[in-house]
Design a protein around this ligand. Structure first.
Ligand code: SF4
Ligand code: SF4
Length: 342
């Protein structure tokens, strides 16, 4: 019986979004002109001693900034900056560069440097979303446990993206002006997927101008449609933590089993159409990267027993959004989970 259940699994413990929804970005980096007030580069140096710095060079979402953009001057360039930043601000720490198992050239180059630097450690990770979530990456790279929502700094671990390393180097060490961030924009609502150089402080609307397809309804997300947030007010500004902007055409019909049948990421949502029922398919249980049973939360919620949901390890949910994504009934599981948590 156990074997039979296993053969039914659609996806287990995560989802390879990059393979399923490959996104091509135009090679040329565009510039967004904005003359309004901008935000100066900002990085809060931790007060606590940092023992480990994790640099994530392993994008796991197709809408994330590709390494080709951020490493255009070579991995050596970033590693040299990282060494200077580490020596100045996080002395005696060890740095862990995390690279996708698919990026053999980058692994080889990085390993060459690792051989000469005792502080540098190169790790590989399967690009299965959400392996890069702080809870999971800290566990997989360092073997440390941290509860969802806690700052990794509390256990002496700093997780940085490569653009922030460059920002600290340029702004705090070189004292150069550092005023732009690379923001990838992508999605079915756009004419073209692009990488844009944007000054933090720029409204999202400025980024969309001239890039959104005409005569469609669309929804805009920052930091991805799975667990990012929807932009309801386009005057919302890009900031130094914004990772990406995704624009999805909103359709007034639902695409059943979208994760299995389409090559392009199509999100239809429960904002339109009828509320469906749970069909007990267990897809959400199978895909959950932390082995929860999201359907349980749904059933507690619709019975009006939000408190009861907490009996089923709700606090372990890392809010990756995969359960909502995979659910063929398009149930808003992540939203329900957040409500049950609160
Ligand atoms: S949002 Fe939570 S319950 Fe849903 S798949 Fe992710 S970790 Fe599991
Ligand atoms: S909540 Fe959705 S994915 Fe989970 S068992 Fe029900 S229908 Fe299937």
């Amino acid at each position: 019986m156990a074997k039979e259940k296993k053969s039914k699994k659609v996806y287990k413990n995560g989802f390879n979004l990059l393979e399923k929804y490959p996104i091509e970005f135009s090679e040329k980096v565009g510039t967004v002109k904005y003359d309004g007030p901008i935000e100066a580069f900002d990085f809060s140096f931790p007060r606590k001693k940092i023992d480990h710095v994790i640099i994530n060079l392993c994008p796991m979402e197709p809408w994330a900034l590709p390494n080709s953009a951020v490493l255009k001057n070579g991995v050596r360039n970033i590693l040299d900056k990282l060494d200077i930043v580490r020596t100045r601000y996080f002395p005696k720490s060890h740095c862990y560069v995390v690279i996708s198992t698919q990026e053999t050239k980058l692994i080889k180059e990085s390993k060459q440097h690792e051989g000469h630097e005792e502080w540098l450690h190169v790790h590989t990770l399967d690009p299965i979303y959400p392996n890069d979530a702080p809870v999971l990456i800290v566990k997989k790279i360092l073997g440390l446990d941290i509860a969802y929502g806690r700052n990794t700094v509390e256990i002496g671990v700093l997780v940085l993206d490569p653009q922030t390393v460059v920002g600290i180097f340029e702004h705090h060490i070189r004292k150069n002006e550092f005023s732009t961030r690379l923001i990838p924009i992508s999605g079915t609502g756009l004419r073209e997927n692009k990488i844009l150089e944007v000054k933090p402080g720029t409204p999202v609307q400025k980024i969309l101008d001239g890039n959104v397809r005409e005569d469609i309804k669309y929804r805009v997300f920052v930091d991805g449609p799975l667990n990012g947030s929807e932009v309801k007010d386009l005057t919302q500004k890009i900031d130094w933590s914004t990772k990406n902007v995704v624009v999805l055409e909103e359709r007034d019909y639902k695409t059943l089993f979208h994760f299995a049948r389409v090559s392009e990421l199509l999100f239809t949502t429960s904002l339109m159409g009828e509320l469906r029922c749970c069909i007990y398919c267990n897809y959400c249980d199978d895909i959950c990267p932390v082995d929860l049973e999201p359907a349980l939360y749904w059933h507690c919620y619709i019975r009006g027993e939000k408190q009861k949901a907490r009996l089923y390890a709700l606090e372990k949910c890392i809010e990756c959004g995969l359960c909502s994504f995979i659910c063929p009934s398009k149930l808003e599981l992540l939203q329900v989970i957040k409500e049950c948590k609160s």
